[in-house]
Structures are given as structure tokens and as C-alpha cells.
Design a binder for this molecule. Structure first.
Ligand code: ACM
Length: 295
């Protein structure tokens, strides 16, 4: 199968212009699965919750999901792309999965990064997988990579390919994703954006591009530039992700010692690192006043 990504440079708030540009880029390729960046049509650096609210859309009836469905139909492929979702009184940093037959589902970002915690509600979908394009797909969004449990859950649920819409501002993710793929034996398609944003009185955010596709053996099959819009595809064999045998003595999943992993889900109460009170308060004057740098 052919999989790929679009690396775009959205203009903040210009949803229609950004959708038209992505539609143009998608015309250049023929693929079974295409991944678009996080918040690919809105831009990322919001200055207030009101700004997010202005561009947030219902899923699947909002204009961005509808346009992606039309594109998926035209291009005869599955598309995964990030958008701001409005659901009741909540705003989620979401990614939709659509195909030629329509809407397949939504993932809501579990691990919100930096000021996203001020505007968005943490996702409530958990890490689902979808059977689409003849494979099993999982979706996580950008900073979810920092939490290895995200990808592990999807690998255990049978994911062959992890779709990873992103807006990366730190340099670590592209290399870290190599380890994530190796330790889970899955493919990952990270679709990042390029360009910079410096809105209101905020620090300048420069997006690192470097969108990439990594194999279950940890090979970087494609890595894009740091500063140009690009659309790239590659042919992969998804069956490579189904061989979880490491060597004649080791198996990725059956060698796990789950009896020792209890602290992953039941942290010991005496550990200060696990106490929510040890964290800066979010959505409060105190939390906002702290010097929390992207990190
Ligand atoms: C990020 O999660 N957008 C860094």
C-alpha cells in the first residue's frame, strides 16, 4: 500500500485558504492513506479560548470534515487530519479519520501540550484503532508521543500504522518516534507543519517540519525538510508490522512482564511525582503566571 503525508504551512485562521492549499497538494499524489498535520487548517497559536471557539467545528458535520470526506472520495484514499472540534461546551484538539465512503471516526488528543491546556478539554476517546484501507490504523496527536503508553495501547490493539498529526516545536519527536516504532513494531506517519507563528504577545513558535515515515524496524523511510511545504508518499508492506517476534527467543508482547507494570496505572501514593498537587495549576491565574516554557 502507499502511505504519505502533507507538510503544509497554514495561515492562521484562514480555514478555507488552508483547505484549498491542502486539496492542491493532495492532487499531486496517489496513495491509500494520507496524514495531515495537527490543526492543519486553522493554525496553532491561539491567544484565547474564544479564538479556538471561533474556528472549532462539529464533527462530522463541520466544513473541514466534510471537505476531507470529499477529498477522500476524489482521491480514493483514507485521510487523517487534525482540527479543533466543538462538542457541547467542550473544545477538543481532535483528528478525524475519513475514507471514500465517509466519516470513520474521531480521536481527541489525550495529552495536551503547554497552552493547549488553557483552551482544550483533554480528549475522552482513548486510543482507538480503525480498520481502513485494508490495515489497522491508530491515531495520536503530536505531544502524545511523549507518553509511550499512547502508542503501546494502539500496538496492543493491533495497529499496523500509527497516524501522528503534529505541530512540533521541539526537536526531539522525529528521533524519539524511531524508538516508538521499534519498541512497538509498527509504522508511524508523522505529519508536521512548517512556518512560524508569533501571535498577540506570545513567544515565537517555529515549527520544525521533518514530517516522516518510520518502519517497524526503526528505519526512517522518508523525512521531509524543516522549512518547505511537501507532499510525500512511499510504498510499504503493512504485514511488516504484524511480525512481533524479535528473534527466536524473544517476542515483543509475550515477553512483557505485566505483573511488574502495575505502577503504570496505579501510581504509588507516596510518590511526589504522581501527586497532581505537585503540578502547576491549569486554568488558574496561578497556573498561567508560572514560567511554563514549552518543554
Ligand atoms: C504539540 O503537542 N503540538 C507540541
Amino acid at each position: 500500500m502507499d502511505v504519505g503525508f502533507v507538510q503544509n504551512s497554514p495561515l492562521f485562521g484562514r480555514v478555507k485558504t488552508n483547505l484549498d492549499r491542502v486539496a492542491d497538494l493532495l492532487k499531486r499524489v496517489d496513495a491509500d492513506l494520507m496524514v495531515l498535520p495537527e490543526l492543519f487548517a486553522t493554525g496553532y497559536q491561539f491567544a484565547s479560548r474564544k479564538e479556538v471557539d471561533r474556528v472549532a467545528e462539529a464533527v462530522p458535520d463541520g466544513p473541514t470534515t466534510k471537505r476531507l470526506i470529499a477529498l477522500a472520495r476524489q482521491r480514493r484514499c483514507v485521510i487523517v487530519g487534525g482540527l479543533a472540534e466543538r462538542k457541547g461546551r467542550h473544545l477538543y484538539n481532535s483528528a478525524v479519520v475519513v475514507g471514500p465512503k465517509g466519516f470513520l471516526g474521531v480521536y481527541r488528543k489525550s495529552h495536551l501540550f503547554y497552552e493547549e491546556t488553557l483552551w482544550f478539554t483533554p480528549g475522552n476517546t482513548g486510543f482507538r484503532v480503525w480498520n481502513a484501507a485494508g490495515v489497522t490504523l491508530g491515531v495520536m496527536i503530536c505531544f502524545d508521543w511523549f507518553f509511550p503508553e499512547s502508542m503501546r495501547c494502539m500496538a496492543l490493539a493491533g495497529a499496523d500504522i500509527i497516524c501522528h498529526p503534529s505541530n512540533l516545536v521541539l526537536p526531539h519527536a522525529p528521533n524519539a518516534m524511531i524508538t516508538r516504532c521499534l519498541e512497538n513494531r509498527v509504522f508511524a506517519v508523522t505529519a508536521d507543519r512548517v512556518g512560524a507563528e508569533e501571535r498577540a504577545d506570545k513567544e515565537r513558535l517555529t515549527y520544525i517540519g521533518s514530517s516522516q515515515i518510520v518502519s517497524p524496524q526503526g528505519e526512517v523511510l522518508i523525512r521531509a525538510s524543516t522549512d518547505r511545504e511537501e507532499v510525500r508518499t512511499i510504498t510499504i508492506d503493512p504485514k511488516d508490522a504484524r511480525r512481533k517476534t524479535i528473534n527466536r527467543y524473544n517476542h515483543l508482547f509475550s515477553d512483557r512482564r505485566v505483573e511488574f507494570y502495575d505502577t503504570l496505572v496505579h501510581p504509588s501514593p507516596e510518590s511526589a511525582h504522581h501527586r497532581p498537587s505537585a503540578l502547576p495549576q491549569k486554568n488558574t491565574r496561578e497556573g498561567r503566571g508560572r514560567n511554563i516554557r514549552p518543554g
